[in-house]
Structure formats: C-alpha cells, structure tokens
Write a new protein. Structure first.
Length: 403
C-alpha cells in the first residue's frame, strides 16, 4: 500500500488509535507483565491431546452423541427437558420474567441463526500488499475496534486448541473481546443476565464476520470461528490466554486486567502476516487462591474450592493440566431445571467476581493492590468486596446435583 493511502486510513482510525494507547497505558500503570510463555504452561502435567468436541458437555446433549447417553438420561430425569434450549413455557412465567425472556430471545437470535460464510478472497491481481506485520496488526486492531470490539489481541494459532477433526490452516488468530452489560449480569441468575451473555455472543459474531470480510477483501484468507456449544471449532480459553487477553481463573474462564471475567471472546483466523502479542502475567492464580467467590456462590457446585488438581472430574474436561476443573454438565442441568424461573444461571460466577468492576480511579487502585499486594491484603480485598456488595451465601436453596 502506498504511503499516502496508509496516512488516509491511519487518520480515519485516529479515535481507535487513541483507544489502543489508553489500553496500553492502563496495563502499564497496573504493572501487567508481558511474558514469553502463557502462565498456564507452569501447570501442564502431561501431553495435551486435541479435544474431541463430541465430549464438549453442550454437544453431549445431541441425541446421536455416543459420549452423552448417560448424561442425556440423567439430564432428562432431573430437568424434564431433552435440552436446555427447549422452548420455555411463556404462559407459566411471571410477567417480569416474560419481559426478561423476550429480551434475551431477541439478543440471542443473531448469534443463534447467523452462520455466514466469509466473502470471497480477492484474487491475487487485486490483492493489497501488506508486508509489515506490525503495521498490519495495528490496522486490524483498530478496524475491529471500529466495528465494536473493546479489546483485540493477536496470537499464533496453536493447533492444540483446534478441536480434533477440524482443519484450520491459518497461522494467526485475532481474538476479539466485548464485555457484558454489568447491570444486566449483576441480576444473575435471571433472564436479564442471560441477555448480557447472548448480547455479547451476537455482537461478537457481527464484529468477527465484518473483520473477516475486510481481510478477505484485502486478498488474504480469514474466517470467524465458532466457539459455541453446538458447532465449536476452537477452544477459546487457551487461545485468549495465548493472545494476552488475560490469565486462567478458578471458574475456568479468562480473567483480564480490564474486564475481569466479565467478557466474551471470539476469534478470526487468518493468513494475513501479523505481529503476535505476548501473553501476560498479573498474578491471577494467586488472587484466585485468596478468593473463592465464584465457587461459593455458584448454585450447583460446578466450580472447585481450594487448590487446582490433576484429575479431570468428567469426560467433558481435557486432561494434561493441573487446574481448576469446572463441571459444565452441572451448569447445563441447572439451567434446564430452572427454566420456569430462569432461562439459565446467566453467569452468577461472573457477577460475583471482585474483578468485575468499572475502570474508575478507585477500582483501578484496588486492581493495583490486588495484583501487587501480599496474600493477607488480597484476602482483605475479597472480604471488602463481599461486605460492600452484600453477597449472600446462597441465591436460594443450593441445588443438589451430586452424582
Ligand atoms: S454459569 Fe452458573 S452454574 Fe455454571 S459455573 Fe457459573 S455460577 Fe455455576
Ligand atoms: S470470583 Fe474470585 S476465585 Fe473466582 S475467578 Fe474471580 S477472582 Fe478468581
């Protein structure tokens, strides 16, 4: 691309350049370190096989899935439903819940029904020569932000995170992040907290398909990748950690310095030459060791207390790590059991996380203390969060999902 055209696009994307610089400054001020290896590498205990997506708990509910027979039987016995997505009996819902359910159904639709192919890749004679990976990465981040991304990070695609049998030949993954509406998520478990989740899914699909189309238009291959339960292509958690979005947290999610775990992510893979970002380290493991909020307030005991362990509890977890294993089968069962009242739990584990706070000076100071303070201070911050936000031990009677 000639210098003049570069200047034109750079000028047009100045607001996004400013957003990027603000984000970089934010991480520097917090003392977030860039590291050569993702911090989960410390906890790898054995070979990591590419995961068979039929073992994904969401996919086990499909009637023809050979791994899910027992799960489907117990799911039906406990919930009365074949699938957590079975239609809700609207007439049995309270008016307030009908409003919430209508909202979440509206927020869900785009993500649920929109499975576009990328636009055709521009043939070689029309290709735009983009030979500077650093400049390309900056451009891609700014364009994704223009489309609505709140954070964008780039990594080389580690094929271990591509589900077994899925072929993704691209070298890079662009990880797009958007955050949940905090006021909606705070209602968990409720239809409105489910809305906060599905709204991010829909926005992510919109942003990633636009970004993929843009790259294809330049003459490079690109495709948004499915991560959801009925058609997943990649494991999003390690991919986002590799890209430096955040670190692995107790509830099995990625915890970022900006959003905590109050966010969703989706990738675009591509062969456009890019400069990958580095993974980051800011003490998430130590903080989660001082905090068990997500485990305490999860209504189904799906999140473990204490230290990480080596043995995966179910076939839905991939071995090879010492980690906090989350029981997704329990989430699903709970979601379906509570259909008359709540479409899903909607992420109570997200709502109660102390990192789920706005980026204002007070909370930024607390963030800094949470990263750099000694263990007693971390515990004090967790206690302070519990008191300040009136956390209650239980949402109602804890649901017994023990096998
Ligand atoms: S989504 Fe709900 S049920 Fe699942 S782990 Fe989080 S709090 Fe527990
Ligand atoms: S609630 Fe506490 S333990 Fe759970 S992810 Fe957040 S910081 Fe970690």
């Amino acid at each position: 691309m000639c210098r003049l055209e570069m200047k034109k696009i750079e000028k047009a994307l100045q607001p996004q350049e400013r957003m990027l610089r603000t984000q970089e400054r934010f991480r520097r001020r917090l003392g977030v370190k860039e590291v050569d290896q993702p911090t989960y590498c410390r906890y790898i205990t054995g070979p990591i096989e590419r995961f068979d997506r039929k073992r994904n708990a969401f996919m086990c509910l499909n009637p023809d899935n050979p791994y899910g027979e027992e799960f489907r039987r117990s799911f039906k016995a406990r919930t009365g439903h074949d699938h957590w997505r079975d239609p809700l009996p609207y007439k049995e819902l309270d008016t307030e819940d009908r409003i919430g359910q209508s909202l979440s159904a509206a927020g869900w639709r785009l993500c649920n029904e929109y499975f576009p192919k990328a636009l055709p890749v521009t043939p070689p004679e029309g290709k735009v020569e983009l030979s500077d990976p650093k400049w390309n990465s900056r451009l891609i981040k700014k364009v994704a932000m223009f489309f609505g991304a709140e954070l964008v990070r780039i990594t080389e695609l580690d094929q271990r995170w591509v589900y077994k049998g899925i072929n993704i030949p691209h070298k890079y993954a662009i990880v797009v992040v958007v955050s949940h509406a905090r006021s909606m998520n705070a209602t968990a478990p409720d239809h409105l907290s489910w809305l906060s989740a599905v709204d991010t899914y829909s926005r992510l699909k919109f942003i990633t398909t636009q970004l993929a189309d843009f790259i294809c238009g330049l003459g490079y291959e690109a495709m948004y990748r499915e991560t959801l339960g009925w058609n997943p292509e990649v494991l999003m958690v390690p991919l986002a950690i590799d890209a430096g979005v955040g670190e692995f947290a107790r509830n099995g999610r990625v915890l970022s310095p900006e959003f905590g775990i109050n966010m969703r992510t989706k990738p675009v893979t591509t062969d456009l030459p890019l400069e990958p970002d580095k993974p980051i380290s800011f003490g998430t493991h130590d903080f989660c060791m001082s905090c068990e909020h997500c485990a305490i307030y999860c209504p189904t005991n799906a999140i473990p207390f204490g230290e990480p362990t080596e043995k995966p509890p179910t076939i839905h977890n991939n071995p090879g790590f010492r980690k906090w294993w989350v029981r997704a089968d329990r989430c699903l069962t709970f979601w379906a059991m509570n259909k008359k009242k709540w479409l899903s739990c909607g992420g109570r584990c997200i709502a109660v996380c102390p990192w789920n706070k706005p980026r204002v000076p007070f909370h930024n100071t607390v963030r800094w203390l949470a990263i750099h303070g000694p263990k007693p201070l971390k515990k004090f911050l967790v206690w302070g969060d519990k008191v300040a936000y009136h956390r209650k031990k239980s949402i109602k009677k804890r649901v017994n999902l023990e096998d």
